[in-house]
Design a protein around this ligand. Structure first.
Ligand code: ADP
Length: 587
């Protein structure tokens, strides 16, 4: 049995636990993949909006170039002096217009009209001092921390091989995904991919026709666009971008989101201090420095980023938790099913093994039960046949023993036969109205001589009134015979048996036939088991009492076939009482 349990644990339970663990792990991995896929999707959204903003700026840069070209046919000299006023009047994106010669002379605006601009940019634009700038040109030159440009080739001697010192800067926002995802050792997700370089305005222009550059002055972002018309390549026309107008222009890119995305995320365009300047959901509030994913717009708007925020961040973990819980419950249920299944299998196996053992005992018990009376019958009949017993008294006694042993044999064989009939469902009863008092009295009287001969006292209390039941006479008599036989077998030294019959009462339409003895009684815990086939509470070896373990099984089956029952009760003062309860036919 222990071996079987070990095999079961190793073959079923442990593999089931391992499978459950693997299922939990794969769910966890799947959850991670799902989250990653979702982040990638949102990253694409942020990238695409950042690209749109960058392209919008490029568009404005070309638009500015065309505007300047449009102004040139008129008196070029007049343009240079009042360029600031004219460009402002014609183009809302221009906050300040400026003209500077390649030699560094500022022609417009006048220091008086734009004192602030002058103070912040004059020395830089006239190329007298270098400044930290983020810049690109129409050739699409990109400065990133990944591939910082170490050299920019220009034709002029001063500008040839300028070397720009790149400074790595921290991002103003830290995307959560960048923290969660494993990154290459050299790449810090909190580092900005854009880096300013120290350069003079003249160096930046080089041989290019147009471009955009950004620089911080007093922590304030100035975005400058410049254009060098081919006809007046000695002049550089430029503007300082009006950022509020630019924001108005790019708002649409941020606000136009697919309906399904709108339900899940908020996209925001963040300025260099991580403040949202445009967002898809006007009511949404969060810690803007920690988006799920974010993309930097580019050199034209350094440290401006497009951030994506989950509208309901707990939803993702909730879904994961629900999935984990469901799987947990499923695995728990499966394990419980496996455990209860295992218990059932072990229980059934134990039962089968017990039954097999009982069957083996049964064969040996029955063989013994057959042999004992046969030996007596043979011995006494031989003595009588050989005429060796002369006294009439002895002859009568021997004949009595032969009759009793024959009766025992008959009962045993009847029980075995009946049991096999019942097992195969072949047992047929002849139901008819009968009087239980009569059956009980006849059976007792038939059995009395045998009992009295063995020194038993049999007390019968039946009353005179008939007790009407519907049943098979012989089968009902067999129940009583089996009970009397057991009372005789298990009585030990106190040899008194009583049989009583109680008929229908005013409240109960049933009869009770009870056989009591003062014997050894049924051991505790076996009260119900004694009705199981082959079960013997007092086995032959230890008690010395022979039996097949079928008598009570048969008796109860017969009782139940008659819509009644047979049950055991310990008798007050010691001994057993077995009661046959049957429904009565009428009062
Ligand atoms: P058996 O042939 O062993 O008597 P039964 O089916 O008639 O088979 O009885 C089953 C078991 O019930 C017996 O082995 C015995 O242990 C117990 N039993 C039956 N009748 C009595 C009784 N009157 N007193 C004590 N134990 C009894």
């Amino acid at each position: 049995m222990r071996k079987l349990a070990i095999v079961f644990v190793l073959a079923v339970f442990v593999p089931s636990l391992v499978l459950a663990w693997l299922a939990m792990r794969s769910l966890h991995d799947q959850q991670f993949v799902l989250e990653r896929q979702q982040s990638l999707l949102y990253q694409k959204v942020a990238d695409s909006i950042a690209r749109d903003v960058e392209n919008f700026l490029l568009g404005r840069q070309h638009e500015f170039a065309q505007l300047v070209e449009g102004m040139l046919p008129q008196n070029p000299m007049a343009i240079t002096t009042n360029f600031h006023e004219r460009i402002r009047a014609n183009w809302p994106y221009a906050q300040v217009g400026f003209v500077v010669t390649l030699k560094g002379q500022m022609l417009s605006p006048s220091p008086a009209s734009c004192a602030g601009f002058y103070a912040a940019n004059a020395t830089f634009l006239s190329s007298t001092t270098p400044s930290e700038v983020y810049w690109n040109t129409t050739k699409g030159f990109q400065q990133t921390s990944k591939a910082p440009p170490q050299k920019v080739e220009t034709s002029q001697s001063k500008d040839t091989n300028p070397s720009f010192a790149m400074k790595t800067q921290k991002r103003s926002v830290v995307p959560q995904q960048a923290i969660a995802a494993p990154v290459a050792a050299a790449e810090d997700p909190t580092d900005s991919k854009l880096a300013p370089s120290e350069a003079e305005f003249r160096q930046i222009i080089g041989e290019q026709r147009e471009g955009t550059l950004a620089r911080f002055s007093d922590n304030k972002l100035n975005v400058l666009m410049w254009y060098r018309p081919p006809r007046r390549s000695d002049l550089v026309f430029g503007i300082q971008l009006a950022l509020p107008v630019l924001i108005e222009g790019v708002k649409d890119y941020v606000q136009t989101l697919d309906a399904h995305l709108r339900e899940e995320i908020c996209v925001a365009l963040l300025d260099d201090s991580a403040k949202p300047v445009a967002r898809s959901d006007a009511k949404f509030q969060t810690n803007w420095r920690h988006p799920l994913v974010a993309t930097e717009v580019g050199e034209e708007l350094p440290h401006w980023e497009v951030g994506v925020y989950l509208l309901n961040p707990v939803k993702l973990t909730q879904t994961a938790q629900t999935a984990r819980l469901t799987l947990g419950v499923l695995i728990g249920t499966l394990l419980a099913a496996i455990a209860s299944g295992s218990w059932l299998i072990v229980h059934c196996l134990r039962k089968e093994m017990r039954l097999a053992q009982q069957k083996t005992d049964f064969v040996s018990n029955v063989s013994h039960e057959l042999k004992t009376p046969l030996t007596s019958i043979r011995m006494f009949s031989e003595l009588l046949a050989e005429g060796r017993v002369k006294e009439l008294e002895k002859q009568r006694s021997y004949l009595g023993i032969i009759t009793a042993e024959t009766g025992r044999l008959t009962r045993l064989i009847n029980n075995v036969l009946d049991f096999s009939h019942l097992e195969r469902g072949e047992k047929k009863y002849h139901f008819e109205p009968c009087d239980l008092t009569e059956i009980a009295r006849d059976t007792c009287e038939m059995y009395r001589p045998h009992l009295e001969e063995s020194g038993f006292g049999l007390k019968c209390d039946f009353g005179a009134a008939p007790v009407r039941v519907e049943g098979d006479r012989d089968a009902l008599a067999q129940i009583l015979v089996n009970l009397l036989s057991n009372a005789e077998k298990y009585s030990g030294t106190s040899k008194e048996i009583s049989v009583s019959l109680k008929g229908t009462t005013a409240t109960d339409a049933s009869a009770e036939l009870t056989v009591c003895d003062r014997g050894v009684g049924v051991p505790r815990g076996s009260e119900e088991k004694i009705f199981e086939q082959f079960y013997r509470a007092h086995d032959s070896l230890s008690s010395g009492i022979q039996g097949s373990g079928l008598g009570l099984t048969l008796a109860r089956q017969i009782a139940r076939s008659h819509h009644g029952d047979l049950y055991y009760q310990p008798r007050d003062g010691g001994g057993s009482c077995f009661t046959l309860r049957l429904p009565t036919k009428c009062k």
